[in-house]
Design a protein around this ligand. Structure first.
Ligand code: 5GP
Length: 185
């Protein structure tokens, strides 16, 4: 699909709802890691807004460190690429790792990331995703914390892009296919 053929559609999850849900997730995660620490590995680029909001809602007593994983993305397409490259994976040996993901669709990206982290000697591994697309029964990845379960729609905003656009939107929107209104005949 050409980037010009897409437009922002209806709001699926408004910013206030995202904020409330993240507070709940951060609370649960803080309980689970109470008395210890964690290395939050945010999956770039889509997870950067979620990761930044999530860690700032965590209990200040927890020793939180941050790093980033760079996985391959969809490019300008809206179907899964099915391949995952990780550039410069950070050291995770003997660390309690929390992968911070924006959205899980087929689960292939996450499955591959989880395998790498486990193989590199992490002491423990959990995963939080803001969005989980419903109806994917054949996944082999593990999700420990889920923000919202959503239908199988392509969404943008709150860090999520289409052709590198729309990451800055505070709400999560459905992407509409078809010409933008101003381009209609
Ligand atoms: P999976 O490997 O689970 O099929 O795909 C996960 C990755 O695909 C996500 O990290 C994200 O980069 C991208 N992705 C999957 N669904 C969507 C979507 O609805 N919107 C956007 N912007 N990216 C998506």
């Amino acid at each position: 699909m050409n980037p010009n053929d897409a437009a922002i559609g209806r709001t699926l999850i408004p910013a206030a709802k995202i904020r409330d849900r993240i507070a709940g997730l951060a609370h649960r995660i803080s309980d689970d890691y109470a008395g210890g620490g964690l290395l939050a590995l945010t999956v770039l680029r889509g997870g950067f807004v979620f990761g930044a909001d999530l860690i700032r809602q965590m209990d200040p007593e927890i020793a939180v460190q941050v790093d980033f994983l760079r996985a391959s993305s969809y490019g300008d397409r809206t179907t899964s690429a099915g391949r995952v490259d990780v550039a410069h994976p950070p050291p995770v040996e003997d660390r309690d790792v929390l992968i911070v993901e924006d959205i899980v669709d087929t689960g292939r990206t996450l499955e591959s990331l989880q395998e790498r982290i486990r193989n590199h000697g992490a002491r423990s591994l959990r995963t939080v995703t803001l969005l989980d697309k419903e109806g994917r029964a054949d996944r082999r990845c593990t999700l420990d914390y889920v923000g919202f379960r959503i239908p199988d729609l392509f969404v943008v905003g709150y860090g999520l892009d289409y052709a590198q656009m729309y990451r800055h939107l505070p709400d999560i929107h459905v992407l509409d296919h078809g010409p933008r209104p101003e381009e209609s005949p």
